[in-house]
Design a protein around this ligand. Structure first.
Ligand SMILES: NC(=O)c1ccc[n+]([C@@H]2O[C@H](COP(=O)([O-])OP(=O)(O)OC[C@H]3O[C@@H](n4cnc5c(N)ncnc54)[C@H](O)[C@@H]3O)[C@@H](O)[C@H]2O)c1
Length: 327
């Protein structure tokens, strides 16, 4: 049976991926320092949760001594764009420097397969929509830059010691598991869909729409929303890819279709049956009008397509989760 180390597996996207891997017969060890993770997000008893930091060389080396991992899936990171602008060193430290201890342990112990949670934020403000992997990568914040730096570290490790990696550049992760057992729980929450649903529940007074004068059909920003279970299946397919004699891969994970902020709010009103109060504000710095993925490379190389990312399913699962949150 294959054994995989998942860093950040107690977080939002990591926990959904862990469940999928277990359902496919893969043994999973999660390394998470629980700064943002939730032990309750690990629902399968077979999964070993190690409460530790991926930058702690002693912890990481011990894990590799005790287990024979065929691959590492690396989700662990800080993810707040605004905070990364105010405190860039915190982001370079956690997202770029600490993973070096993990990579050193992999090199020492002969583990050469790595799947990395990268992001569309590495593209900055793209020139061409939909965004292909050929788009220049010019991040506009330390979060995106820290992710791009790690992508480059992985390229060098491939050249130097044959580390094979798949960098998955996610667009907007959303939704929750169909059985409602796990879902999105960030504190503070900054993602649009949970904020809208918290407003529907009365936990917030209103949802703010930043910018209504963009060059988009209704003036609000357009984003590519991808269901977290679709992201999870891409990681499973990336594990298969890594077993084949193929070069490292960097690809987008999105649907190729965008929804505006106002469209998402309207769809949420329909699903929740609640009036959701909106406050229109000015544009935020660094918010491009549209971010939509060209997803064809992931289809071609991984055989992956988004199957659960229609807006109705995303909102239905997210709403079910919001109504019965376990953590
Ligand atoms: N959520 C999105 O829309 C989105 C989009 C693009 C990329 N990503 C990337 O996907 C990954 C997962 O995002 P998420 O939304 O699930 O975030 P999350 O905060 O829910 O999960 C991250 C997990 O990593 C853990 N962690 C952080 N630093 C650690 C460290 N040094 N050692 C051990 N554990 C540590 C946290 O405790 C948390 O459980 C991140 O790398 C993020 O940058 C997310």
């Amino acid at each position: 049976m294959k054994k995989v180390l998942v860093t950040g597996g107690a977080g939002y996207i990591g926990s959904h991926t862990v469940r999928l891997l277990v359902s496919q017969g893969i043994q999973v060890v999660v390394l998470d320092n629980l700064v943002y993770g939730h032990p309750k997000a690990i629902v399968d008893e077979s999964v070993m949760l190690v409460n530790g930091d991926l930058g702690d060389a002693q912890v990481v080396n011990q894990l590799f001594s005790e287990h024979s991992f065929s691959a590492v899936i690396h989700f662990a990171a800080y993810t707040y764009v605004g905070e990364s602008v105010e405190n860039p060193l915190k982001y370079y430290e956690n997202n770029m420097a600490r993973p070096l201890a993990l990579l050193q342990a992999m090199q020492r112990h002969g583990c050469r397969q790595f799947i990395f949670s990268s992001t569309c934020a590495t593209y900055g403000e793209p020139q061409v929509i939909p965004i292909t992997e050929q788009e220049s990568q010019t991040p506009i914040n330390a979060y995106g830059e820290s992710k791009l730096m790690l992508e480059k570290v992985l390229d060098d490790c491939y050249r130097a010691w044959g580390l094979k990696s798949v960098c998955l550049r996610y667009f907007n992760a959303c939704g929750a598991s169909e059985d409602g057992l796990i879902g999105e729980s960030h504190d503070p929450e900054t993602h649009l869909i949970p904020l809208i649903l918290e407003t529907a529940l009365g936990k917030r007074d209103a949802i703010k729409v930043f910018g209504t004068d963009y060059d988009t059909p209704d003036g609000s920003c357009v984003r590519d929303y991808i269901h977290v279970d679709d992201l999870a299946s891409a990681h499973y397919q990336a594990l298969t890819y890594l077993q084949e004699e193929k070069p490292p891969l960097k690809c987008n994970l999105g649907t190729g279709q965008g929804y505006s902020v106002k469209e998402v709010i309207e769809a949420a009103r329909a699903i929740t049956g609640k009036e959701i109060t909106v406050i229109e504000e000015g544009r935020r710095a660094g918010d491009p009008a549209e971010l939509i993925a060209a997803p064809s490379l992931a289809k071609q190389e991984l055989g992956w397509v988004a199957e659960k990312s229609d807006l109705h399913h995303i909102l239905k699962t997210a709403w079910q989760w919001e109504l019965n949150r376990r953590y």
